[in-house]
Ligand binder design. Structure first.
Ligand SMILES: Cc1cc2nc3c(=O)[nH]c(=O)nc-3n(C[C@H](O)[C@H](O)[C@H](O)COP(=O)(O)O)c2cc1C
Ligand SMILES: CCCCC(=O)C(=O)O
Length: 370
């Protein structure tokens, strides 16, 4: 295993193709799935020479939580689909690599147990964030927030791009509409008497509004990030509503198809928040060079979704750890080659659109690169 792509190839060789499709797939024609990765290819790196340092500092602090690398584990559901220990394996690997994991509300292990597993490996300093789909029944939402808080999660990542579930036609064709027997969304178990944690207990709610964010802001003292805001005007509203951070995400192309690649939106979004809150970008990050491009254009960190699922499927905990170590090493190598001694050295002058001097051909830099 030398890179992220190797994990995908190896995972596909062993995984049930129905689950491989669930992981790889996106909404409708998967135009956005492809656009995310293509956007990174559409930018070139223009390194500086003779100004590096012997060691590079890759650590990042986000909303008070320190991580050894600016690559987060984006929230992904159902880890027991691909490995028997499920999210316990992921959390142990992330803790060992010093990476920050965002636990999906739809995890197949309860968040408290995930946190215990992470701390058993990484000690009390390990930080976990919890991803939340606000439920129209606010008592249920409160109970979920309480479970995450009691588990010691230090931030809430509220996914707002899912007023309805994305239409994944691969899943429809494959007849995948439920979890296999014995797997449950454990965070939803017994929220009301006798509830098993069936996946259908999770409501996607088209009626959610900024009032719900205001309500959540009053309900919890944890930092709140919004995941899935794409319009710069919504980024400005998020700041006005007291949101602490954004995860600039199109859900890996799994919600509205044909939205722009997240990298394409980054310069505009960074301009909209103007440094007031951090931006974590996810979607299509597969290489250390991708991380450098995102940080150069204004992200504080990135997230990875599918790569973690592929590594989990390929070899469980040890493979996720290996994946994170590979990405850490790739990022370090890229910084060295760029003449950067730390993440603060990653500025927009490092990137250029691809193409023979046709301004905007790469279209990812939105005019921010001079
Ligand atoms: C299998 C799978 C499950 C996911 N589950 C969730 C989830 O439960 N909650 C959520 O907010 N996003 C979820 N996502 C989206 C990821 O958090 C992330 O935005 C996306 O995967 C990033 O793109 P990438 O896969 O290209 O790295 C999921 C993505 C995948 C591939
Ligand atoms: C209710 C589970 C949602 C999983 C998800 O967000 C995804 O597969 O993209």
């Amino acid at each position: 295993m030398l890179n992220v792509h190797d994990f995908e190839t190896a995972a596909r060789a062993t995984l049930d193709p129905v689950y491989a499709d669930f992981i790889a797939g996106g909404a409708r024609d998967e135009i956005t799935v492809r656009a995310n990765e293509a956007a990174f290819s559409g930018l070139r790196l223009l390194p500086r020479m003779l100004r590096g340092s012997a060691e590079r500092d890759l650590a990042v602090t986000l909303l008070g939580d320190r991580a050894d690398l600016p690559i987060l584990l984006s929230p992904t559901a159902f880890h027991k689909l691909v490995t028997p220990d499920g999210e316990l394996a992921t959390a142990r690997a992330a803790a060992a690599a010093g990476a920050l994991m965002i636990v999906s509300m739809a995890s197949t292990v309860a968040v408290g147990e995930i946190a215990d597993a992470a701390r058993a490996v990484g000690g009390d300093d390990v930080s976990l964030w919890f991803q939340l789909y606000i439920q129209p029944d606010l008592e249920i939402t409160e109970a979920l927030v309480r479970r995450a808080t009691d588990a010691g999660c230090t931030a809430l990542v509220v996914t707002v791009d899912s007023p309805v579930l994305g239409a994944n036609e691969r899943n429809r064709r494959n007849g995948l509409n439920d979890l296999p027997a014995g797997l449950y969304c454990e965070n939803l178990r017994d929220l009301r008497d006798g509830e098993s944690g069936h996946v259908r207990q999770i409501a996607m709610s088209p009626e959610l509004s900024w009032e719900h964010i205001d309500w959540l802001r009053r309900t919890t003292s944890l930092p709140i990030l919004l995941k899935g805001v794409l319009h710069p005007e919504d980024a400005r509203l998020a700041v006005q509503h007291g949101v602490d951070g954004l995860v600039l995400s199109n859900h890996g192309g799994r919600q509205l198809d044909t939205v722009p690649a997240t990298l394409e939106l980054l310069p505009e979004m960074a301009a909209a928040v103007a440094g007031r809150i951090p931006i974590v970008l996810d979607g299509g990050v597969r290489r250390g060079t991708d991380v450098v491009k995102a940080l150069a254009l204004g992200a504080s960190a990135v997230g990875i979704g599918r790569p973690v699922m592929w590594a989990l499927a390929e070899g469980g905990e040890k493979s996720v750890r290996h994946l994170l170590e590979l990405l850490h090493a790739e990022l370090d190598d890229t910084l060295a080659l760029c003449g950067a001694s730390g993440l603060d050295d990653l500025t927009p002058e490092l990137v250029r659109p691809a193409g023979w001097g046709h301004a905007g051909q790469g279209t990812c830099n939105g005019g921010v690169v001079s």
